[in-house]
Design a protein around this ligand. Structure first.
Ligand code: UDP
Length: 236
């Protein structure tokens, strides 16, 4: 039986310094996913940070609810872009949204995802959980629970796993090869938000963090080749 995967791609991965969309990276990641489809059912949660993220954009006149809705709309834009890359590579995919925008994107339904997987389609989830005050990390865990995922992969930008402190800022930061969810929660490690980490305690899936700035890292992971990552066990 193929394993069900939920892959989180942050908005940051979509962009480069010159553009909101790094088309070379997008093409490469889609090519890697195409290769993995013989062995895995793939679903993808897209972030929106390349366009809108509440921490980066604080406009006094925009209230928190609407700022978060703008973030969710940003994830819909990224979802539509990603779906078109699958389309142009002749890979069947379905984009689902948690915010009603049915003329553009159908609403999420876990039973339809099951059918999509049976037809070898990639599923893309956008608009987070559909509510302000949450994150696409939380949606990644929520979707993993809803679709009964076996594996959750957080594709990170410029970091290859979980560290005890920010490796970009501290030269002596120590990487964990294996860590438990309770340790992530107790030590308040900022690799995912606490809501996502706490929700993950309900699941039976394994969680991996790896750097997907280089799409070949994801390919190596899928084909059990050497790649740096952190594995998270959700019990203990
Ligand atoms: N967001 C939200 N509810 C959700 C998911 C996302 O309100 O369930 C908003 C929030 O403002 C967030 C933005 O959408 O900052 C973009 O999502 P996220 O920061 O998770 O994207 P990423 O940083 O992974 O690209």
């Amino acid at each position: 039986m193929k394993k069900k995967v939920v892959l989180k791609i942050s908005g940051e991965a979509f962009c480069d310094t010159n553009s909101k969309y790094n088309t070379i990276w997008l093409q490469n990641i889609v090519t890697v996913i195409k290769k993995s489809l013989n062995n895995f059912h793939i679903s993808i949660v897209v972030g929106g940070g390349n366009i809108w993220r509440k921490e980066d954009i604080s406009i006094e006149q925009i209230n928190q609810n609407d700022s978060d809705y703008l973030g969710m709309l940003a994830t819909i834009m990224n979802g539509v872009v990603l779906k078109n890359f699958f389309l142009s590579n002749k890979i069947p995919s379905t984009l689902y949204s948690e915010v009603d925008i049915t003329k553009v994107v159908p609403s999420f339904n876990y039973q339809k995802v099951e059918k999509d997987f049976s037809e070898n389609k990639v599923c893309i989830f956008c608009a987070g959980i559909g509510h302000p005050f949450f994150s696409t990390d939380t949606n990644t865990i929520l979707k993993a629970l809803e679709i009964g995922a076996d594996l959750v992969i957080f594709g990170k930008n410029n970091v290859d796993g979980v560290y005890d402190k920010d490796p970009q800022k501290f030269l002596d930061a120590k990487k964990y090869d294996l860590i438990s969810l309770t340790e992530i929660i107790d030590k308040k490690l900022k690799i995912i938000d606490l809501t996502a980490a706490s929700l993950a305690l309900k699941g039976n899936f394994e969680i991996f963090f790896l750097n997907i700035n280089k799409p070949e890292n994801l390919e190596n992971f899928f084909f059990s080749k050497k790649v740096s990552f952190t594995k998270v066990i959700n019990k203990g």
